[in-house]
Each structure stands twice: as structure tokens, then as C-alpha cells.
Design a protein around this ligand. Structure first.
Ligand code: CA
Length: 237
């Protein structure tokens, strides 16, 4: 594989019960220079995620014991693991699984059957996004409409109360909040948070926005839908 090697060895956890698929994924990620930890069921995945604190988890949905949704829910519910990005693997192409995964805080999903190249590209994109967030440590906190967004601490407070967003939700909210009053199309939002090479449907932007609004509660309506165009953060004036 001619892909560029990551600078430091990032540690990835692959949770998949089907040994052929697990090895295929792990092998391809190792070829890209990543350190790969393997887990063959949901409980093992959950335990290894807590013990190893990987940089990213590739999580199959259909697992014996704890399924992927439950593992995701647990990871997002615990302080030490909630910031770890998750890419869900699903054999189901139905939208509900995808939507449910994203609602639970997964950063992305890949539908089976997939090519290892596609998965590797998604892994890189999510890690890059996470890196971008880390680099914004000098960035100031953005406060508006009762929402305070601290990119350095990856923390959002609504009327003083801390809420938990996935990395993707956080990136979208931060992007909109930095540019209040400006309308952005779905594809501009995708470009801003994921890079231009990223194949995401407009529908998944809608799902992310829906998730952000829900988590913002009463403040959620400060993200306005501009019919036929996209979204904007209500201006502060
Ligand atoms: Ca499976």
C-alpha cells in the first residue's frame, strides 16, 4: 500500500466477531502503520476500549452478547472513553441503523460489504478531524445564545450545564458558531468538518444537526434551517 504512514503509531481497536473480516480490517490498518488491537465480541471490545484507551474504535454492529449499539452507548457514557471516535460497521443498509448509530454518538459508519480502502480512508478522515480538534487548543472559547464551546477542552456548556457531543457534532457546532449569521450548504459543512474527499450524504448532515439540536435542548433552535440552502447559527445582533 502506497499510502503515507502516520507520524506516530496510533492505536486502533477493531471489534468484529467474524474472524475473516476482523483480520482483513486489522491487516489493512496495520499495513498503514497503525497499531491494532482486536476484540471478537462486544464485551471484550468494551473492556479493551477501557483498558487500552485507543485513538479510534472500528465497531461492528452485529456482535454476540453486547451488540454494537450497546458498546457504543457504554463508551459514550463513560468519561474516560466518551471522546474516542467510533466507526460503525453495519451489514444493514437501512437508514435506521445508520441514524441510530449516529444518534448514539458514532462518528461515522461503513456499510458491509466494503472495500478495505474505503474503511482505511474513513479511519484516516476521522483521525485527521480529531487531530484538527486537538490543534485548536489555542483557540478561544466561543459563546453565544447561552452556549459556550471550548475547543481546547472539547467541552460544550448550555446555560452552564455540560453536554456531551460526538466529535462530528462538536465540529459542526463549532464551525457554525464561529460564523454566526452565515448560511452554509450541507456540502460546505461536510467540507469544513471532514475534508473535501469525504463521501457523506446530505442526509447524514441533517442527522447530525438533528442530534445537536436535541442535545442543546431549548437552545437548539439557534441553529436555523434555511430552506433550500442549508443551515446557519442565528446571528448575535
Ligand atoms: Ca458481526
Amino acid at each position: 500500500m502506497d499510502a503515507e504512514k502516520p507520524e506516530k503509531r496510533e492505536k486502533l481497536l477493531v471489534v468484529e466477531d467474524e474472524v475473516d473480516i476482523r483480520e482483513l480490517i486489522s491487516f489493512n490498518l496495520e499495513m498503514c502503520g497503525y497499531e491494532v488491537i482486536r476484540a471478537s465480541d462486544g464485551m471484550e471490545g468494551w473492556e479493551k476500549a477501557r483498558a487500552e484507551e485507543p485513538d479510534l474504535v472500528v465497531l461492528d454492529l452485529m456482535l454476540p452478547g453486547l451488540d454494537g449499539f450497546e458498546v457504543c452507548r457504554r463508551l459514550k457514557g463513560e468519561k474516560s472513553t466518551q471522546a474516542i471516535p467510533i466507526i460503525m460497521l453495519t451489514a444493514r443498509s437501512e437508514e435506521e441503523s445508520m441514524v441510530k448509530g449516529l444518534e448514539l454518538g458514532a462518528d461515522d459508519y461503513v456499510t458491509k460489504p466494503f472495500s478495505p480502502r474505503v474503511l482505511v480512508a474513513r479511519v484516516k478522515a476521522v483521525l485527521r478531524r480529531k487531530g484538527v480538534l486537538k490543534e485548536t487548543t489555542s483557540h478561544r472559547t466561543v459563546s453565544l445564545h447561552g452556549i459556550a464551546i471550548d475547543p481546547a477542552r472539547h467541552e460544550v456548556r448550555v446555560d452552564g450545564k455540560s453536554i456531551v457531543l460526538s466529535a462530528t457534532e462538536f465540529s459542526i457546532l463549532f464551525f457554525l458558531a464561529e460564523n454566526p449569521g452565515w448560511v452554509f450548504s450541507r456540502s460546505q459543512i461536510i467540507d469544513a468538518v471532514k475534508g473535501e474527499d469525504y463521501p457523506v450524504t446530505s442526509r447524514s448532515v441533517d442527522v447530525q444537526i438533528l442530534g445537536i439540536r436535541k442535545k442543546l435542548g431549548d437552545r437548539g433552535n439557534c441553529i436555523e434551517t434555511v430552506r433550500g440552502v442549508g443551515y446557519r447559527m442565528e446571528s448575535v445582533e
